[in-house]
Design a protein around this ligand. Sequence first.
Ligand code: BGC
Ligand code: NOJ
Length: 814
Amino acid sequence: MKYGHFDDNAREYVITRPDTPLPWINYLGCESFFGLISNTAGGYSFFKDARLRRLTRYRYNNAPYDMGGRYIYLRDNADGKFWSPSWMPVRSALDEYTCRHGMGYTIIRSVSRQIEAETRYFVPMGENLEIWELTLTNKREQAADISVFSAVEFCLWDAWDDSTNFQRNFSTGQVELVDEVIYHKTEYRERRDHFAYFACSEKLTGFDTQREDFLGAYRGWDSPAVVEAGESSNSVAHGWQPIGSQHVKVQLKAGESKKIIFILGYHENRKDAKFDPPGSQTINKKTVKLIIDKYLQPKIVEAAFIALRNYWTELLGKLRVNTPDMHTNRMVNIWNAYQCMITFNMSRSASYFESGIGRGMGYRDSNQDLLGFVHMIPERARERILDLAATQLKNGGAYHQYQPLTKRGNNDVGSGFNDDPAWLVLAVAAYLKETGDWTILDMPVQYENEIGSETPLYEHLQCSLQYTLDRLGPNDLPLIGRADWNDCLNLNCFSDTPGQSFQTTTNKDGKVAESVFIAGLFVLAAKEMVEIAKHRHDADETKKMQNAALRMEETVWKSGWDGEWFRRAYDDFGHVLGSKENKEGQIFIEPQGICIWAGLGVEDGRAQKALDSVAKYLATPHGIVLQQPAFSKYYLHLGEISSYPPGYKENAGIFCHTNPWIMIAETKIGRGDQAFDYYTRINPSKREEISDLHKCEPYVYPQMIAGKDAPTHGEAKNSWLSGTAAMNYVAITQAILGIQPQYDGLAINPVIPSGWQGFEVVRQFRGVRYEVSVRRKGPGNTVLLVMGGEPVSGTVIPIPARNVKTLKVTAFIG
Ligand code: BGC
Ligand code: NOJ
């Protein structure tokens, strides 16, 4: 069953009933101020860091789902009946309801008792605030007397502390109410120089800032006492649970509309100008007042909304495709690109499955996500690369995560995930291919953010690959460390105590367990390094990396090939994993994908063999599972992977991130039908028709779909924040459609389904607009490029002369 539909022209997903199988969410904010917002206005807001600068509270595992949000209550003062125009939290039936999730905004519209309420939520570019623009329309034939109550629950900034340290926090909460603006200023009196504010464009009839005064003791958000009574209690929070609620009375004539603007914002003052008058305890509002006054004006709000739309038009305009498949077009042109940008902003920190208080930005994740967004925001990708590289350890290793606010490596998690370093090379390669900006390699970059430790980025790359070469195991394969891409394959952990971290509790010396996946990744990265070194005329490095890649390939064939597929790893006892010899975990998806992507076995048929094994053992109608047979019990020497019940997550779930590696691999051996078939199986838009089973949003990829061993096979989880976004984007745009940025130009190398007669692409690349038309002439994948009636040799369109701004290219394939 469907719960809505795509509106591709508007670039929106339109949800038509509020009771979706799970909250279906969207993100507000593109720069520093962010919010998560569900289709029923649930979610929360933060500045830069969902843990350390959280503005509002949210309860993840609550019943009912999705508690805490940007709530508006409407009360009909004629008879005292009240409702939530976003359905939650009151949940009384609405006569009409739609939620439009768009690019960086959400519009929830409903009609109840002939009162139409439409709220547009978004964050203006360049500002640290969110706007809720409510338009109320009286559709009755008589006048209406309506009370509007707003409500947010403030978080006392550090979301972790806020949900644990009650002995302190119930005494620290502070607010100010000045000029009808609610200021939340907990801890402002001491070390914080930031505060939150909640303002409204209308004259307030009343307000509340103390939660229990607003709700009433023992009541929930579904029935606040104040809303029921129709009268705020004008409470001022001293400790306990500060909230922001405004009460506005609206008289609407028949047919009349009225706009009310609410602003929820974050503001910092200079440390030496925190208070006004100086020496007092009152917030200095000089700078924030200007911002508030500005955004309470409807004209400014409208202009800001248009600017946001334009921003997205520009980003999404970097690559547009028109293929015979509607699901491909929609995902590539809109939602997959959008999701890539969300992963740029959030990494894996804040979604409805990631609490925002656990993980910061993953090193592997952020490097790898870059492949999906670099063409949209090359300057910010550059900054991201330099930030990531500055956390690198001197031995070439990497902090597994870093905190977005401080940009420092996270000591709690530490390093030792031995695939991490190589991803930096792939990210930089993607950046160079996209931009041709070779100067980035000369940028001085610190190690571990230590002043004085700078070396050029180029050396960081060398160091990254050396890290692998310095850590080879008994079979000359790379040592796995805490884990490789599969965070849950913990071969050095042997954890037998509940509560221990599977990933960071290491009690083996790590000198035996090896990863075939890292070997494949190394070959891929080393080959990029060869190209980069060549470009810099660094003959030594070129040669070194050519040899290293070659040696690693030989090692893989010697110890990593099982006869029908690539093996996965060797454990701490030196036993193989991902082999016919194993009873469980005989074949894993990751090494098949990465080794073939790196080119192994493409020429001699072994790649095809491996991919046929994938099709035979791992593929399901819902996507390709991670391994088979699933682990039926917990194996001390394998770690977290076997902690999951069979079919979920890394234990034989359809871990969507890995599927595009197989799509890419299939294109390497020229099988466009197979690649596209896999693409379609996990395409969220295609899966929209099975929303009852899939459950997650039909407009973005989930991290995982339950595998064939799971009782809920086909059910998705962990939507939004996953490397799946970037990898699928790369697989469809670069491998299948074949639009490939290269060091020396844009290449066109499609490997498309045999039934497709062609497709069109518009690609902005290094300041030139490429209009590419692909035409099928025969059944194969050979490409003939034609420009201005002349054939071009090879598959790379040479970079045109400086004054050329548009290039029309036809690619004949056959
Ligand atoms: C999850 C992984 C994730 C890891 C992050 C594990 O519990 O299963 O998917 O990468 O935690 O630390
Ligand atoms: C999610 C993590 O963010 C990612 O880095 C990892 O590769 C996968 N899980 C697989 O474990």
